[in-house]
Design a protein around this ligand. Sequence first.
Ligand SMILES: NC(=O)c1ccc[n+]([C@@H]2O[C@H](COP(=O)([O-])OP(=O)(O)OC[C@H]3O[C@@H](n4cnc5c(N)ncnc54)[C@H](O)[C@@H]3O)[C@@H](O)[C@H]2O)c1
Ligand SMILES: [Zn+2]
Length: 371
Amino acid sequence: MLDERVTVHVQTGRNGYDVRVGAGGIDELTVLLPRLAPAHRYVVIADDRVASIHGEYLLGVLARTNRKVDLLTFPSGETYKSRETWSDLSDRMTSSGVGRDAAVLAFGGGVAGDLGGFVAATYMRGLPVVQVPTTLLAMIDSSVGGKTGVDTPAGKNLIGAFLQPRLVVADTNLLRTLPAAELRAGLAEAIKHGAIADAAYFDWISDSVEAILACERAAVARLVARSVEIKADVVGKDETESGPRKMLNFGHTIGHAVESLSEFRLLHGEAIAIGMVLEARLGERLGVTEPGTTERLAEVFSRVGLPTELAEDLPHHGILEATRSDKKARQGKVEYSLIERIGRASPASGTWALPVEDALVLAALEVHPAR
Ligand SMILES: NC(=O)c1ccc[n+]([C@@H]2O[C@H](COP(=O)([O-])OP(=O)(O)OC[C@H]3O[C@@H](n4cnc5c(N)ncnc54)[C@H](O)[C@@H]3O)[C@@H](O)[C@H]2O)c1
Ligand SMILES: [Zn+2]
């Protein structure tokens, strides 16, 4: 028997696309692809790890479309989200004669999604892309919203393009093979969605941590669907990140700094869990955030098994430096997208981001009185 599947519609300008969420969703591609991304040839872009675990299954489903299907892989890991991999994939496509009548399926975590999306955005001035996310983070975050791109030595995601997918299929069965640490890290983004937009969802996650980490079908489907709704709602209001979309950056100004200072030993979700706790503390000190919010966030993160404090060996001043090199700075002050309370982002007079003095940030980072 098939489990219930949910469709979340994402509106972007005049167009829009559906995100199909639920167990076994990949099987629907046989029907959905010809309708929503008709093509004579499908190019699947996946990292080698996802390809070895789930590639055969996906190819079996795609074979039923009676179209030529190519599987192009690259080595797993953020290091390969690069211009080199982009050019290698594009060259493999030109040499095997992929033309304008093809469509790309980006199959994997956020790396495959961003990279596959960017190949699609640029190949022969643009092919349609379908996102088939396989990590929790990719299902609830990177596959929705249309941002694609690659990293450069100067920073992450510095080269890219907006390309909205024709369809997103989040098959929650795939999460069963995901390493536990990756699942926990993805959950940090879901908790963020609750924190910025839906207090009842935040409470439900908090009560369902065990079921989610055990990958119970109903719990995971509800999690992905509600998070996608929240992200879709925010992105639908602001496709190019000039206003309300900034609320998705809660925890990310400090989070990105912590992530890069850890030299990427911390997963993104782990770093933003620390970032959310510290930015909530900053918000409380500024009088923007309701007192007690920091504690509530820290409590749920520790039950998930996510870090909530800066590691002893990360220097505070280094973090401040690193926040400055992030893209979020205005009038020399670094900007923070804060929350007013659990379930509500701070509109900050319509800018959705507040420039904050360094001294106040440093004070919020002062968690180890000994230093
Ligand atoms: N485009 C956006 O809006 C957006 C938003 C957030 C993050 N991102 C990007 O997403 C990337 C991070 O994504 P990620 O955390 O998914 O990392 P990832 O794509 O590297 O995947 C993490 C690891 O899990 C493995 N994996 C994936 N699915 C699996 C499965 N079902 N079973 C077993 N193993 C599996 C991968 O091979 C990889 O080793 C970053 O590059 C980040 O910049 C983009
Ligand atoms: Zn994030």
